[in-house]
Design a protein. Structure first.
Length: 70
């Protein structure tokens, strides 16, 4: 588990560390964390919680009916 403590500059480092640790899934909170997770992996499942952004409009998923990554 990693917590950026409201410092978005740490998200890239943490995403890289977790991918390198070969975790089974990434659980991220917030748009910036989603973006960093997607930069660091295209193979690990990413479970995301973002209560402020529309995942389709943001380009995180193709549709809510079939939420595969875009």
């Amino acid at each position: 588990m990693r917590a950026a403590d409201f410092d978005p500059g740490r998200l890239a480092q943490f995403a890289g560390e977790l991918v390198d640790a070969k975790v089974d899934v990434l659980f991220v909170v917030g748009s910036r964390a989603i973006q960093e997770a997607r930069v660091h992996t295209s193979t690990l499942p990413i479970v995301a919680l973002d209560l402020e952004a529309d995942p389709v409009a943001s380009g995180f998923v193709a549709s809510l009916a079939r939420p595969a990554a875009t």
